[in-house]
Design a protein around this ligand. Structure first.
Ligand code: M6R
Length: 357
């Protein structure tokens, strides 16, 4: 039940710190160390390449997962949109493992790929929020998100739970391979949960940003570089699906290759800056759009923040920033939709689970 909340989406955004803390407990052994079913870890480490297959928000979580697994467990990862994979299958490696990410576990596009890869004899792991769901039953292995029911059509807590599970999987796989990581993922996820809480307490700021930038606009651009690019794709999807504002996420360096033509006086451009190695270059991209009249809203991370930033998120481990930087984008989308009188939980033309191909 949504209790005192006006919409499930807001409740589910607020539940995110709790879900991360619950995951830390669920994926811990008696010694208090991070632990994942050994068969799953073995399947991951025996694969010569991982193929993540998903749709929508789950696909966006997969992009972040690729970064985590390649960096920590040193296994090459490809991320595919399920509906494309079905009809345009890439050349597969000798020993692939397929990872299906799906909140509902019922998405038909993803299931079609699972059926096909099973026919080909390949092993599969489903990461889902719903025990006993079709994708969970049909795959060889399952990792659960433990996020509790997600009712709002716009996915929020499932996305952060997916990334947290992928981070845990990447770190446990690395350890099993004898790779020494200089990051204590359990501890870092605890810091993430606290940072999420701080952001959930700053709703009024996000409401203000939505009011200032998005009250009447027809479109909005999101830019980011490195892992921030993946997060802005998610921020743009959230905004468009519930507020009907045309929103697009771009890699910071890519706007000038065409899309910058759309920038007019007052066009909102929301930029994420949480990555040190691209901090100056994303700010350079903001200058480019400002020179064409854009109304910039820079959301940065403590330690990398600069004078004109609109909002600064608390510092977390650089590989885990998506878990935190997505929260303001979820809230901005929520308030933009609310201010525009949209039905936040049940946007037009959309269903919670897409069970047709
Ligand atoms: O249940 P799934 O994770 O497989 O669903 C995939 C997409 O349909 C879903 O993430 C969709 O994009 C959401 N409405 C996004 O908020």
């Amino acid at each position: 039940e949504k209790g005192t909340y006006p919409y499930y989406m807001l409740k589910e955004i607020d539940e995110q710190p709790l879900v991360i803390r619950r995951l830390i407990e669920k994926y811990r052994n008696e010694q208090g160390e991070l632990a994942i079913d050994e068969d799953i870890v073995q399947a991951v480490n025996e694969a010569d390449r991982l193929y993540i297959v998903a749709c929508g928000t789950s696909y966006h979580a997969g992009l972040v997962g690729k970064q985590l697994i390649e960096n920590w467990a040193k296994i090459p990862v490809e991320v595919h949109i399920a509906s494309e994979f079905s009809y345009n299958m890439p050349l597969l490696s000798e020993k692939p493992l397929f990872i299906y990410i799906s909140q509902s576990g019922e998405t038909a596009d993803s299931r079609a790929v699972l059926v096909r890869t099973k026919e080909l004899g390949h092993k599969s792991l489903t990461i889902t929020n719903v025990p006993g769901s079709t994708l969970s039953r049909e795959a060889d292995y399952t990792l659960l998100l433990h996020a509790g029911p997600e009712i709002a059509v716009a996915s929020t807590k499932a996305y952060t739970a997916q990334i947290a599970v992928l981070a845990m999987l990447a770190s446990v796989a690395a350890k099993a391979k004898g790779i020494a990581l200089d990051v204590d993922v359990t501890k870092e996820l605890g810091i993430v949960a606290n940072a999420m809480e701080t952001l959930c307490d700053a709703k009024h700021e996000m409401e203000q940003i939505a009011r200032e930038y998005l009250a009447t606009t027809r479109n909005c651009f999101f830019i980011g570089r490195a892992v921030d690019y993946y997060v802005v794709l998610e921020g743009a999807l959230k905004l468009k699906e519930i507020s009907y504002i045309q929103a697009e996420g771009f890699a910071g360096g890519e706007l000038k290759h065409g899309t910058i033509a759309l920038i007019e006086n007052g066009t909102p451009v929301i930029a994420l800056a949480t990555q040190e190695h691209v901090n100056l270059s994303i700010r350079g991209n903001v200058k480019e759009v400002v020179a064409r009249g854009a109304n910039p809203c820079i959301i940065s991370m403590k330690g990398l923040d600069m004078e004109d930033d609109r909002f600064v998120i608390p510092a977390v481990h650089p590989m885990l920033t998506p878990l935190v930087s997505v929260v303001p984008l979820q809230l901005i989308a929520y308030y933009a939709a609310l201010h525009r009188g949209c039905d936040v939980d049940k946007p037009r033309n959309l269903a919670k689970s897409v069970t047709v191909e």
